[in-house]
Design a protein around this ligand. Sequence first.
Ligand SMILES: [Zn+2]
Length: 274
Amino acid sequence: MNPTCARRSFLHTSLLAGAALATPRHLFASTPVTKPSFPVADYHVHLSPQLSIEQAVNLGKERQVQIGILEHPGPGYKIHNDADLQQYIDGLRPYPVRIGLQPVYAGWSKSFSKTVLDQLDFILMDALTLPRPEGGWLAIWQIDTMVDDAEEFMTGYTKFIEQVLTTEPIDVFGWPTFLPAPIARQYRQLWTRHRIDHIIALARARKIAIEINEVAHVPDENFIIAAKRAGLKFTFGTDARNQNAAHFYYCYQMVQKCRLTQADMFVPKRTDRK
Ligand SMILES: [Zn+2]
């Protein structure tokens, strides 16, 4: 299956069913949220046939949210080498957006030189594409992901998160603590204090920011409060490919609940552009 389509269909299905959310969407429905008083950015927007760069910029203006565009490099996507990456960066330069990259496969950075990667404002990576011991990948965002043994899954998953946070040259950890659909409701039990503290310590060691993900409602309040206490920074991300870009509810709610301030928010490496 084309990985781009797979991601799209997951997002679509989960929005409709609310099936894979750590905190079920209906629990939030009646709680009013307001936009934080500090400047807000959506550092997880994908362009698509439903969302042109002009539309993304306009949505950002309308909603008073800075836009950060992401594209995937690697097999199944358009960016494979320095020339492709340079073309992507140059294409977005004229627009008032942050330019990011969202690698999916471990080891992706070998295909690019530092000079080109340094032109990016940020690199966000998630740990949702797990290498299988027998080869190939397990894409745990897919709604039909099977989990036979939750504890065994968590051991392997935590190991892969460890690999991403210790070896990949990234700025933001996307979709943190997301669990595949069959075990999503066991979020509180499976994300033990020990596992949470471990992830936070690893992110802290390399100053990797934590994405608060609007579509998956992760991480939860407990994780965010612990990460804030450890001095980690945060980004907000819709992972939208359509009109949902820059539209936040869960992220704003977490700002209120966890008392996040401007000082808690991630600032991209390059600050010379708007
Ligand atoms: Zn994405």
